[in-house]
Design a protein around this ligand. Structure first.
Ligand code: AMP
Length: 268
């Protein structure tokens, strides 16, 4: 019989504001240790101590999908304006209309949530028309239940560190993007953090993999978010959201990891 796997999740907040979150898929034997490590991380958050920490442990009842991670590329840009131009180019290459890509960048830059706030989840956007498709635009869709097998985690940490990409955010975003890229009907993903000190973001696409861009916003800017692009006419939205929220995906092999390379903007 296969060993049962558990989804372990943590979210921490202070004064009603989200501080930190984490999630893993582990065997029963590792649940206690992993939960304790998550709580410790929330208690020692760089942005302040957590006032509330919620952990959940859930046995995964349905089949787990085992997948390889996407390839990783890193573009070093001169400034965030060039970064946004590059994001537009990569999104267009993936199949997003040019004006829709520009609209998505502006949306994240101005706050995609209610009244220009930062959303907790992601926008779903029609790659052809720019229409927003998520049911609740103040919350968006949250991707959950994805992780690395323990062998893959160790190997990935080694490989990322040797490529100069050892920041824990790279690993976590790669795993999330990896799950997104396996979604039925996904065209591309655009992301940058709402952390004012973390300006790197990415465009992920089935053909290009996880493509990091060194700057997508100025330092000190606390806006950020995620947009998942689909083609409305080609996708079952219910199936798409159900996959994002519930399908357990465990990555058990690495993609290629390229060293960072310089990207220079062109006119027009
Ligand atoms: P982060 O990279 O954690 O700073 O997140 C950047 C933005 O992505 C957040 O402001 C949310 O809008 C969105 N986001 C974070 N985690 C998730 C998730 N699990 N699923 C969907 N969107 C997320």
């Amino acid at each position: 019989m296969d060993t049962p796997l558990y989804s372990v999740r943590m979210r921490a907040s202070s004064q009603g504001q989200h501080l930190a979150g984490a999630e893993r898929i582990v065997s029963g034997a590792a649940v206690s240790e992993v939960t304790a490590a998550m709580v410790s991380r929330a208690m020692n958050c760089a942005t302040g101590a957590a006032e509330e920490i919620h952990c959940s442990v859930e046995r995964i009842a349905s089949a787990v999908r085992f997948e390889p991670l996407p390839d990783v590329a890193t573009y070093i840009v001169n400034n965030w304006q060039d970064g946004r131009q590059l994001a537009g180019t990569l999104l267009f290459r993936a199949g997003v209309e040019k004006d829709v890509a520009a609209q998505a960048v502006l949306l994240l830059a101005n706050g995609a949530g209610t009244g220009g706030s930062v959303m907790r989840g992601a926008v779903i956007m029609d790659a052809e028309t720019g229409e927003r498709l998520e049911k609740d635009p103040s919350r968006g869709v949250r991707v959950s239940r994805m992780d690395l097998s323990s062998e893959c985690r160790a190997e990935l940490m080694r490989e990322l560190a040797s490529a100069g990409l050892g920041h824990h955010r790279v690993l976590e975003a790669l795993v999330l993007a990896g799950k997104v890229l396996r979604a039925p009907g996904i065209v591309a993903e655009l992301c940058w953090s709402d952390d004012p000190n973390y300006t790197t973001g990415y465009v992920a696409a089935p053909s290009g993999g996880y493509q990091r861009i060194s700057a997508l916003k100025p330092v000190g800017d606390s806006y950020g978010g995620r947009v998942f692009f689909v083609k409305r006419s080609h996708v079952s939205l219910e199936g798409f959201v159900n996959y994002m929220e519930h399908q357990a995906v465990l990555f058990n092999a690495l993609g290629a990891i390229s060293p960072p390379g310089k990207w220079v903007a062109t006119d027009g």
